[in-house]
Design a protein around this ligand. Structure first.
Ligand SMILES: Nc1ncnc2c1ncn2[C@@H]1O[C@H](COP(=O)(O)OP(=O)(O)OP(=O)(O)O)[C@@H](O)[C@H]1O
Length: 202
């Protein structure tokens, strides 16, 4: 279980949120919502352990992130705003880099699911914006991480791609995984819990 406990986040002398507490359990999908600049990415980065809250703590399986860092890194799949891929490498090389171990069949399955077959040998910097995003998202078909934290996964993705990624997120939660995401697109899923960040205070 992930617990956010009394989180306060201040950026540029503005309090984005304060005393924010919630928990995410196995099988849950949570959407962090709010207008541009409300603090969604800032919250996701705190949850991923990439930045520190001014106050409060994030716990994974009952322990603070600093005390549980190794386990957390194994259990977490973080896909940030930036695709986080190496643009001089091909799609296939990127996926091999993230999920080495010689299981080429799984890499090909992920490339297929992500709609990248035929483009696997093209350097990523020659792919379209949506295809580059798909290289990052292909990890959703490779990862064994229990917790997925996804910042705007649908950016630059076409409608068919959005549907496919959504199905994969549902499959993950049905198997006991957890998903925390931000998206400005409506999610056609009734069971998604929303955490709405209100307008920033000055
Ligand atoms: N490292 C930083 N230094 C200074 N200000 C920051 C930093 N990171 C974020 N901010 C500010 O915090 C506010 C919230 O940013 P954040 O990216 O969390 O918003 P968001 O809700 O994800 O927005 P969007 O919907 O546009 O992606 C913004 O006003 C931003 O300028």
């Amino acid at each position: 279980m992930l617990d956010a406990i009394n989180l306060t986040c201040i950026r540029d002398e503005r309090t984005l949120f304060s005393n924010l507490s919630f928990s995410v359990s196995a099988g849950e999908m949570v959407q962090v919502a709010g207008q541009n600049g409300a603090g969604k990415t800032s919250l996701l980065r705190l949850l991923a352990g990439l930045s520190q809250a001014e106050e409060g703590e994030v716990h994974w399986q009952g322990k603070t992130l600093p005390r549980n860092r190794d386990v957390y890194h194994q259990d977490l799949l973080w896909l940030g705003h930036q695709p986080g891929i190496k643009t001089v490498l091909t799609a296939f090389e990127n996926l091999s880099f993230f999920h080495g171990g010689g299981d080429e069949a799984r890499l090909w399955q992920a490339l297929t699911e992500a709609g990248l077959v035929g483009f696997e040998d093209v350097p990523v910097n020659q792919l379209s914006a949506g295809q580059q995003r798909r290289v990052a998202l292909a990890r959703l078909w490779l990862s064994h991480a229990r917790l997925w934290i996804l910042d705007e996964p649908f950016t630059a993705i076409d409608a068919a791609g959005v549907e496919k990624i959504t199905r994969q997120m549902v499959r993950h939660t049905n198997e006991g995984g957890m998903v925390i995401l931000t998206t400005h697109q409506p999610l056609a899923l009734s069971f998604v819990r929303q955490i709405v960040l209100q307008e920033a205070q000055s």
